[in-house]
Design a protein. Structure first.
Length: 318
């Protein structure tokens, strides 16, 4: 019996079929059972991806348990359509076998957002939904999740020292990145009292269109930071100006704390570096990486340092 089956034995389900959907931060399966449809996640990252710089002093089990508690809290707002966690026979949110954690969620219906066919109406709904997450998360209490504050920025800087030197990054690019991270630290230090719970991975595959609404899924990278981090996450994926403008309008329509567009750009630089460093082993041997690093330096890092808006394509998911 494999690990997935061992973990599923701990739930009151009559499983009929198990299908692997994807493997990134987790191995994610669709579970068909007599009782309904579910999502099983085995919390093992794909080879070449590392989240170690994000964790700080928290253990993987603490972080996973915190994510499930967050989802239970967000489920109180039924309009969000958040996947409800399923507890095992012992009443636990996390099931552990051979040192590996597994979690089970109810299935969320819908199709992934497609940025090629996205319109401004849909983009507006996405922005409004993100604001609703931030509003609802205020009620979830003290939950152990990632903190994207200054301590993490300093960990990112140390990882940059190792990885970018290994990659043979030019000294000027390396210096620009460190200056951007110093700017991120300055921003987060100034707004540390305004941190909220954020999703932090709002790409196409984590946004479902369902019954005319937008459902966010996969809160694996969720944590606390300023609101602009989630908007920066969206702007990494959705790059057309009219789409970004609609996302921003939707967000601001549902909050008393309008987003700061200049600070979104600073956070975008932070998001980009988290992407590069967490997936470095997978992307560094790709033929496009060195050229992309130069492009990101010109179109993202240098513009942040000059105080210019980032309006070009980032190229991560195009």
């Amino acid at each position: 019996m494999n690990l997935e089956q061992e973990i599923l034995k701990e739930y009151d389900l009559n499983v009929q079929e198990l299908k692997l959907l994807r493997h990134n931060e987790n191995m994610t399966y669709k579970v068909l059972a007599e009782e309904g449809e579910y999502v099983l996640r085995i919390h093992q990252t794909v080879e070449g991806m590392s989240l170690s710089m994000l964790k700080g002093e928290l253990s993987p089990e603490e972080l996973i348990s915190g994510e499930m508690q967050l989802l239970e809290g967000l489920c109180q707002n039924k309009d969000l359509g958040i996947q409800r966690p399923v507890r095992n026979r012992e009443g636990q949110l996390v099931t552990k076998k051979d040192g590996i954690c597994g979690t089970l969620l109810e299935w969320a219906p819908g199709e992934c957002v497609n940025k090629q066919t996205m319109n401004v109406k849909q983009a507006y709904k996405i922005g409004a939904m993100v604001a609703e997450i931030h509003n609802a998360a205020k009620l979830t209490g003290n939950i152990r999740r990632y903190s994207y504050g200054t301590d993490m920025v300093e960990r990112v800087q140390k990882v940059c020292d190792t990885i970018l030197q290994k990659a043979g990054a030019e000294p000027q690019i390396f210096a620009n990145i460190q200056k951007v991270l110093d700017k991120v630290k300055e921003l987060l230090r100034a707004r540390g009292s305004e941190f909220v719970m954020i999703h932090n991975d709002l790409g196409e595959s984590n946004l479902l269109c369902s019954d005319g609404g937008i459902i966010p899924i996969d809160f694996s990278l969720s944590g606390v930071c300023i609101r602009e981090m989630d908007l920066a996450s969206l702007f990494l994926h959705f790059e057309e100006k009219e789409i970004k403008d609609a996302i921003l309008q939707g967000y601001n329509s549902k909050t008393d704390c309008p987003a700061n567009v200049e600070q979104i750009d600073i956070c975008l630089g932070y998001q980009l570096l988290i992407f590069i460093l967490s997936q470095y082993e997978m992307i560094s041997n790709q033929g496009w990486f060195t050229e992309a690093l130069h492009y990101w330096d010109e179109e993202v890092f240098q513009k942040i340092l000059r105080g210019e808006r980032i309006e070009g394509k980032i190229g991560l998911y195009s």
